[in-house]
Ligand binder design. Structure first.
Ligand code: NAD
Length: 322
Protein backbone atom coordinates (compact mmCIF):
# COMPACT_ATOMS: atom_id res chain seq x y z
CA UNK A 1 0.00 0.00 0.00
CA UNK A 2 1.32 3.49 -0.82
CA UNK A 3 1.43 6.60 1.31
CA UNK A 4 0.61 10.28 0.91
CA UNK A 5 4.15 11.45 1.69
CA UNK A 6 5.04 14.15 -0.89
CA UNK A 7 2.19 13.14 -3.23
CA UNK A 8 0.44 15.90 -5.14
CA UNK A 9 -3.24 15.72 -4.20
CA UNK A 10 -6.04 17.83 -5.65
CA UNK A 11 -9.18 18.08 -3.52
CA UNK A 12 -12.14 19.61 -5.33
CA UNK A 13 -14.61 21.04 -2.84
CA UNK A 14 -11.72 21.18 -0.36
CA UNK A 15 -13.09 24.31 1.32
CA UNK A 16 -16.35 22.54 2.17
CA UNK A 17 -17.43 20.58 5.23
CA UNK A 18 -15.96 17.14 4.47
CA UNK A 19 -13.32 18.52 2.08
CA UNK A 20 -11.69 20.81 4.65
CA UNK A 21 -11.33 17.89 7.09
CA UNK A 22 -9.93 15.67 4.34
CA UNK A 23 -7.38 18.39 3.53
CA UNK A 24 -6.31 18.57 7.21
CA UNK A 25 -5.85 14.79 7.37
CA UNK A 26 -3.86 14.76 4.09
CA UNK A 27 -1.56 17.51 5.38
CA UNK A 28 -0.98 15.42 8.52
CA UNK A 29 0.28 12.68 6.16
CA UNK A 30 2.69 15.17 4.50
CA UNK A 31 0.83 15.38 1.19
CA UNK A 32 1.14 18.45 -1.07
CA UNK A 33 -2.49 19.53 -1.24
CA UNK A 34 -4.20 21.81 -3.75
CA UNK A 35 -7.78 22.81 -3.00
CA UNK A 36 -9.98 23.63 -5.99
CA UNK A 37 -13.21 25.30 -4.95
CA UNK A 38 -15.58 27.96 -6.28
CA UNK A 39 -16.79 28.74 -2.73
CA UNK A 40 -20.43 28.07 -3.61
CA UNK A 41 -20.79 26.71 -0.05
CA UNK A 42 -17.16 26.29 1.01
CA UNK A 43 -15.26 28.86 3.12
CA UNK A 44 -11.62 29.97 2.85
CA UNK A 45 -11.64 30.48 6.63
CA UNK A 46 -12.08 26.72 7.14
CA UNK A 47 -8.50 26.40 5.88
CA UNK A 48 -7.04 29.39 7.72
CA UNK A 49 -4.58 27.55 9.92
CA UNK A 50 -3.21 25.66 6.89
CA UNK A 51 -2.09 28.86 5.12
CA UNK A 52 1.40 28.37 3.71
CA UNK A 53 1.03 24.58 3.83
CA UNK A 54 -1.54 24.14 1.03
CA UNK A 55 -2.49 25.89 -2.24
CA UNK A 56 -6.03 27.15 -2.68
CA UNK A 57 -7.26 27.83 -6.22
CA UNK A 58 -10.63 29.46 -6.83
CA UNK A 59 -11.99 27.54 -9.83
CA UNK A 60 -15.01 25.64 -11.09
CA UNK A 61 -14.87 21.91 -11.80
CA UNK A 62 -16.87 22.61 -14.97
CA UNK A 63 -14.10 24.87 -16.28
CA UNK A 64 -12.20 23.94 -19.44
CA UNK A 65 -9.02 24.96 -17.57
CA UNK A 66 -9.32 22.21 -14.97
CA UNK A 67 -7.00 19.96 -16.99
CA UNK A 68 -4.30 22.67 -17.14
CA UNK A 69 -4.52 23.06 -13.39
CA UNK A 70 -4.00 19.31 -12.86
CA UNK A 71 -1.02 19.34 -15.23
CA UNK A 72 0.48 22.37 -13.49
CA UNK A 73 0.16 20.64 -10.11
CA UNK A 74 1.39 17.31 -11.53
CA UNK A 75 -1.48 15.73 -9.62
CA UNK A 76 -1.14 12.11 -8.47
CA UNK A 77 -4.62 11.75 -6.95
CA UNK A 78 -7.84 13.75 -7.29
CA UNK A 79 -10.61 13.57 -4.68
CA UNK A 80 -13.77 14.94 -6.32
CA UNK A 81 -15.97 16.29 -3.53
CA UNK A 82 -17.16 19.44 -5.33
CA UNK A 83 -20.93 19.28 -5.56
CA UNK A 84 -24.23 20.90 -4.80
CA UNK A 85 -25.18 18.54 -1.95
CA UNK A 86 -28.04 20.05 0.04
CA UNK A 87 -31.24 18.23 -0.93
CA UNK A 88 -33.78 21.01 -0.11
CA UNK A 89 -31.96 23.28 -2.64
CA UNK A 90 -32.41 20.81 -5.50
CA UNK A 91 -36.18 21.32 -5.57
CA UNK A 92 -35.67 24.83 -6.96
CA UNK A 93 -32.50 24.29 -9.02
CA UNK A 94 -32.47 20.71 -10.37
CA UNK A 95 -30.56 21.65 -13.54
CA UNK A 96 -27.73 23.25 -11.54
CA UNK A 97 -27.47 20.08 -9.44
CA UNK A 98 -27.19 17.95 -12.54
CA UNK A 99 -24.63 20.25 -14.17
CA UNK A 100 -22.25 20.39 -11.20
CA UNK A 101 -22.74 16.90 -9.78
CA UNK A 102 -22.89 14.86 -13.00
CA UNK A 103 -21.28 16.94 -15.78
CA UNK A 104 -18.77 18.37 -13.31
CA UNK A 105 -17.72 14.82 -12.37
CA UNK A 106 -17.36 13.99 -16.06
CA UNK A 107 -15.08 16.99 -16.60
CA UNK A 108 -12.99 15.94 -13.59
CA UNK A 109 -12.62 12.43 -15.04
CA UNK A 110 -11.74 13.49 -18.59
CA UNK A 111 -9.36 16.21 -17.40
CA UNK A 112 -7.68 13.77 -15.01
CA UNK A 113 -7.15 11.27 -17.78
CA UNK A 114 -5.56 13.89 -20.06
CA UNK A 115 -3.38 15.10 -17.18
CA UNK A 116 -2.16 11.55 -16.44
CA UNK A 117 -3.61 11.44 -12.90
CA UNK A 118 -2.93 8.07 -11.23
CA UNK A 119 -6.28 7.73 -9.41
CA UNK A 120 -9.52 9.66 -8.92
CA UNK A 121 -12.12 9.26 -6.19
CA UNK A 122 -15.70 10.24 -6.94
CA UNK A 123 -17.56 11.14 -3.74
CA UNK A 124 -20.99 9.54 -4.07
CA UNK A 125 -23.71 9.13 -1.49
CA UNK A 126 -26.03 6.60 0.16
CA UNK A 127 -28.90 8.74 -1.18
CA UNK A 128 -28.51 6.86 -4.49
CA UNK A 129 -30.13 3.84 -2.79
CA UNK A 130 -33.25 5.71 -1.65
CA UNK A 131 -34.82 4.28 1.51
CA UNK A 132 -33.56 0.95 2.84
CA UNK A 133 -35.33 -2.04 1.31
CA UNK A 134 -33.19 -4.22 3.57
CA UNK A 135 -30.59 -3.43 6.23
CA UNK A 136 -27.70 -3.15 6.46
CA UNK A 137 -27.37 -1.80 2.91
CA UNK A 138 -24.48 -3.13 0.87
CA UNK A 139 -23.32 -2.01 -2.57
CA UNK A 140 -25.83 -4.38 -4.23
CA UNK A 141 -28.82 -2.66 -2.64
CA UNK A 142 -31.25 -1.50 -5.37
CA UNK A 143 -30.72 2.04 -6.66
CA UNK A 144 -33.81 4.20 -6.18
CA UNK A 145 -32.95 7.91 -6.02
CA UNK A 146 -35.67 10.02 -4.38
CA UNK A 147 -34.41 13.55 -5.19
CA UNK A 148 -32.75 15.25 -8.15
CA UNK A 149 -29.64 15.49 -5.95
CA UNK A 150 -29.63 11.68 -5.71
CA UNK A 151 -30.36 11.36 -9.44
CA UNK A 152 -27.38 13.58 -10.26
CA UNK A 153 -25.16 11.38 -8.07
CA UNK A 154 -26.48 8.18 -9.70
CA UNK A 155 -25.65 9.75 -13.07
CA UNK A 156 -22.13 10.56 -11.85
CA UNK A 157 -21.68 6.98 -10.58
CA UNK A 158 -22.78 5.58 -13.94
CA UNK A 159 -20.49 8.01 -15.80
CA UNK A 160 -17.60 6.76 -13.63
CA UNK A 161 -18.33 3.08 -14.28
CA UNK A 162 -18.72 3.60 -18.01
CA UNK A 163 -15.70 5.84 -18.37
CA UNK A 164 -13.60 3.40 -16.41
CA UNK A 165 -14.38 0.68 -18.98
CA UNK A 166 -14.63 2.85 -22.09
CA UNK A 167 -11.72 5.21 -21.46
CA UNK A 168 -9.71 3.24 -18.87
CA UNK A 169 -10.04 6.05 -16.36
CA UNK A 170 -8.77 4.90 -12.93
CA UNK A 171 -11.71 5.98 -10.78
CA UNK A 172 -12.98 4.68 -7.43
CA UNK A 173 -16.52 5.45 -6.25
CA UNK A 174 -17.13 6.04 -2.55
CA UNK A 175 -20.76 5.95 -1.44
CA UNK A 176 -20.63 7.84 1.80
CA UNK A 177 -23.53 7.60 4.27
CA UNK A 178 -24.38 10.73 6.30
CA UNK A 179 -21.50 12.68 7.83
CA UNK A 180 -21.50 15.11 10.76
CA UNK A 181 -18.98 17.20 12.66
CA UNK A 182 -17.40 20.65 12.91
CA UNK A 183 -17.58 23.05 9.94
CA UNK A 184 -20.96 21.94 8.56
CA UNK A 185 -22.00 24.07 5.58
CA UNK A 186 -25.74 23.35 5.36
CA UNK A 187 -28.53 23.08 7.94
CA UNK A 188 -28.50 19.27 8.11
CA UNK A 189 -30.17 17.57 11.03
CA UNK A 190 -27.26 17.51 13.54
CA UNK A 191 -26.25 21.19 13.20
CA UNK A 192 -29.94 22.14 13.11
CA UNK A 193 -30.65 20.33 16.40
CA UNK A 194 -27.55 21.86 18.02
CA UNK A 195 -28.44 25.39 16.99
CA UNK A 196 -32.13 25.08 17.93
CA UNK A 197 -31.26 23.64 21.36
CA UNK A 198 -28.64 26.31 21.91
CA UNK A 199 -31.20 29.07 21.22
CA UNK A 200 -34.28 27.57 22.88
CA UNK A 201 -32.66 25.73 25.78
CA UNK A 202 -34.78 22.62 25.12
CA UNK A 203 -37.49 23.08 22.47
CA UNK A 204 -37.09 21.64 18.98
CA UNK A 205 -39.16 22.10 15.82
CA UNK A 206 -38.35 19.19 13.51
CA UNK A 207 -39.80 17.36 10.48
CA UNK A 208 -39.73 13.57 10.24
CA UNK A 209 -38.42 12.52 13.69
CA UNK A 210 -38.71 8.84 12.80
CA UNK A 211 -36.27 9.02 9.86
CA UNK A 212 -33.15 6.96 10.62
CA UNK A 213 -29.62 7.77 9.46
CA UNK A 214 -26.18 6.20 9.71
CA UNK A 215 -23.86 9.00 10.84
CA UNK A 216 -20.09 8.98 10.40
CA UNK A 217 -17.95 11.54 12.21
CA UNK A 218 -16.22 13.71 9.62
CA UNK A 219 -12.62 12.74 10.54
CA UNK A 220 -13.51 9.05 10.26
CA UNK A 221 -15.18 9.74 6.89
CA UNK A 222 -12.03 11.50 5.62
CA UNK A 223 -9.79 8.65 6.83
CA UNK A 224 -12.03 6.10 5.04
CA UNK A 225 -11.67 7.98 1.75
CA UNK A 226 -7.89 8.26 2.23
CA UNK A 227 -7.40 4.59 2.99
CA UNK A 228 -9.44 3.60 -0.06
CA UNK A 229 -7.62 5.94 -2.45
CA UNK A 230 -4.34 4.16 -1.71
CA UNK A 231 -5.73 0.82 -2.91
CA UNK A 232 -5.07 0.18 -6.59
CA UNK A 233 -7.48 -2.77 -6.44
CA UNK A 234 -10.35 -0.38 -5.65
CA UNK A 235 -10.28 1.11 -9.16
CA UNK A 236 -13.47 0.53 -11.14
CA UNK A 237 -15.39 -0.44 -8.01
CA UNK A 238 -17.91 1.11 -5.63
CA UNK A 239 -17.55 1.09 -1.82
CA UNK A 240 -19.93 2.10 0.95
CA UNK A 241 -18.64 4.04 3.92
CA UNK A 242 -20.61 4.36 7.15
CA UNK A 243 -20.76 3.03 10.69
CA UNK A 244 -23.36 0.26 10.45
CA UNK A 245 -25.39 1.93 13.22
CA UNK A 246 -28.47 4.03 12.53
CA UNK A 247 -30.21 6.51 14.82
CA UNK A 248 -33.67 8.03 14.52
CA UNK A 249 -33.85 11.83 14.52
CA UNK A 250 -35.48 11.53 17.96
CA UNK A 251 -32.50 9.45 19.25
CA UNK A 252 -30.10 12.06 17.83
CA UNK A 253 -31.97 14.89 19.56
CA UNK A 254 -31.92 13.06 22.90
CA UNK A 255 -28.19 12.33 22.72
CA UNK A 256 -27.33 15.88 21.63
CA UNK A 257 -29.44 17.34 24.46
CA UNK A 258 -27.57 15.12 26.91
CA UNK A 259 -24.15 16.27 25.62
CA UNK A 260 -25.34 19.90 25.85
CA UNK A 261 -26.47 19.36 29.44
CA UNK A 262 -30.15 20.00 28.65
CA UNK A 263 -32.39 18.17 31.12
CA UNK A 264 -35.82 18.64 29.50
CA UNK A 265 -36.38 18.53 25.77
CA UNK A 266 -39.65 18.92 23.79
CA UNK A 267 -40.06 18.15 20.08
CA UNK A 268 -42.80 19.85 18.02
CA UNK A 269 -43.63 18.76 14.48
CA UNK A 270 -42.83 21.43 11.88
CA UNK A 271 -44.60 20.45 8.64
CA UNK A 272 -42.50 22.88 6.59
CA UNK A 273 -39.52 20.65 7.30
CA UNK A 274 -41.11 17.52 5.78
CA UNK A 275 -39.58 16.63 2.40
CA UNK A 276 -41.82 15.78 -0.63
CA UNK A 277 -40.17 12.34 -0.87
CA UNK A 278 -38.10 11.35 2.13
CA UNK A 279 -35.70 8.49 2.68
CA UNK A 280 -36.93 6.62 5.80
CA UNK A 281 -33.87 4.70 6.75
CA UNK A 282 -30.19 4.40 5.81
CA UNK A 283 -27.86 1.93 7.48
CA UNK A 284 -24.53 1.01 5.93
CA UNK A 285 -22.88 -2.29 5.33
CA UNK A 286 -19.25 -1.15 4.88
CA UNK A 287 -17.74 -4.65 4.96
CA UNK A 288 -16.26 -4.34 1.44
CA UNK A 289 -14.37 -1.17 2.41
CA UNK A 290 -13.12 -2.51 5.73
CA UNK A 291 -12.07 -5.81 4.17
CA UNK A 292 -9.91 -4.07 1.56
CA UNK A 293 -8.48 -1.27 3.71
CA UNK A 294 -8.86 -2.33 7.35
CA UNK A 295 -10.71 0.97 7.99
CA UNK A 296 -13.16 1.09 10.90
CA UNK A 297 -14.94 4.14 12.32
CA UNK A 298 -13.24 5.21 15.57
CA UNK A 299 -15.40 8.02 16.92
CA UNK A 300 -18.63 7.16 18.75
CA UNK A 301 -21.74 9.20 18.00
CA UNK A 302 -21.63 10.78 21.49
CA UNK A 303 -17.94 11.73 21.14
CA UNK A 304 -18.57 13.14 17.64
CA UNK A 305 -21.46 15.22 19.00
CA UNK A 306 -19.23 16.45 21.84
CA UNK A 307 -16.58 17.66 19.37
CA UNK A 308 -19.23 19.22 17.12
CA UNK A 309 -20.88 21.12 19.99
CA UNK A 310 -17.43 22.27 21.17
CA UNK A 311 -16.66 23.68 17.69
CA UNK A 312 -20.08 25.37 17.57
CA UNK A 313 -19.54 26.98 20.99
CA UNK A 314 -15.98 28.07 20.09
CA UNK A 315 -17.27 29.74 16.90
CA UNK A 316 -19.79 32.12 18.38
CA UNK A 317 -22.63 29.55 18.65
CA UNK A 318 -23.27 29.96 14.91
CA UNK A 319 -22.91 27.85 11.82
CA UNK A 320 -21.55 29.58 8.68
CA UNK A 321 -25.10 30.09 7.31
CA UNK A 322 -26.66 31.67 10.42
N1 NAD B 1 -22.38 15.77 4.10
C1 NAD B 1 -22.80 14.52 3.94
O1 NAD B 1 -23.44 13.95 4.86
C2 NAD B 1 -22.49 13.76 2.68
C3 NAD B 1 -22.88 12.41 2.60
C4 NAD B 1 -22.59 11.70 1.44
C5 NAD B 1 -21.92 12.30 0.39
N2 NAD B 1 -21.58 13.61 0.49
C6 NAD B 1 -20.85 14.19 -0.65
O2 NAD B 1 -19.61 14.68 -0.15
C7 NAD B 1 -19.17 15.80 -0.91
C8 NAD B 1 -18.87 16.96 0.01
O3 NAD B 1 -20.07 17.33 0.69
P1 NAD B 1 -20.11 18.34 1.91
O4 NAD B 1 -21.13 17.88 2.84
O5 NAD B 1 -18.73 18.59 2.37
O6 NAD B 1 -20.71 19.63 1.19
P2 NAD B 1 -20.14 21.10 1.00
O7 NAD B 1 -21.22 21.88 0.35
O8 NAD B 1 -19.58 21.60 2.27
O9 NAD B 1 -18.95 20.87 -0.01
C9 NAD B 1 -19.05 21.00 -1.40
C10 NAD B 1 -17.90 21.89 -1.84
O10 NAD B 1 -17.90 21.96 -3.27
C11 NAD B 1 -17.73 23.32 -3.66
N3 NAD B 1 -18.31 23.47 -5.00
C12 NAD B 1 -19.62 23.44 -5.34
N4 NAD B 1 -19.76 23.57 -6.66
C13 NAD B 1 -18.50 23.67 -7.17
C14 NAD B 1 -18.00 23.81 -8.50
N5 NAD B 1 -18.81 23.87 -9.55
N6 NAD B 1 -16.66 23.87 -8.67
C15 NAD B 1 -15.82 23.83 -7.58
N7 NAD B 1 -16.25 23.70 -6.33
C16 NAD B 1 -17.58 23.60 -6.13
C17 NAD B 1 -18.42 24.12 -2.58
O11 NAD B 1 -18.01 25.47 -2.51
C18 NAD B 1 -18.03 23.32 -1.32
O12 NAD B 1 -16.79 23.75 -0.82
C19 NAD B 1 -20.28 16.08 -1.92
O13 NAD B 1 -19.92 15.48 -3.14
C20 NAD B 1 -21.50 15.37 -1.32
O14 NAD B 1 -22.40 15.00 -2.32
C21 NAD B 1 -21.84 14.35 1.61
Amino acid sequence: MGSYENKSIVVTGGAGFIGSTLVRELVRENANVTVVDNFASGHKEFLNELQGEISVVEADILSGDFEKLLIKRDADYVFNLAALPYIPDCYSMPMDFFNVNALGAMNVLLSSKKAGVERIMQYSTSEVYGGAQRVPMDEHHPINPLSTYAVSKVAADRICFTMHYEQEIPVVILRQFNVFGPRETHPYIIPEIISQLSKSGGTLRLGNVNARRDLTFVTDAARAAMSLMLQKKAVGQVFNSGTGIDYSVRDMAEQIAEVMGIKEMKIHLDEVRLRPLDVDRLQANYFKLSQLTGWEPETSFAEGVRQTVEWFNDNGKKWPWN
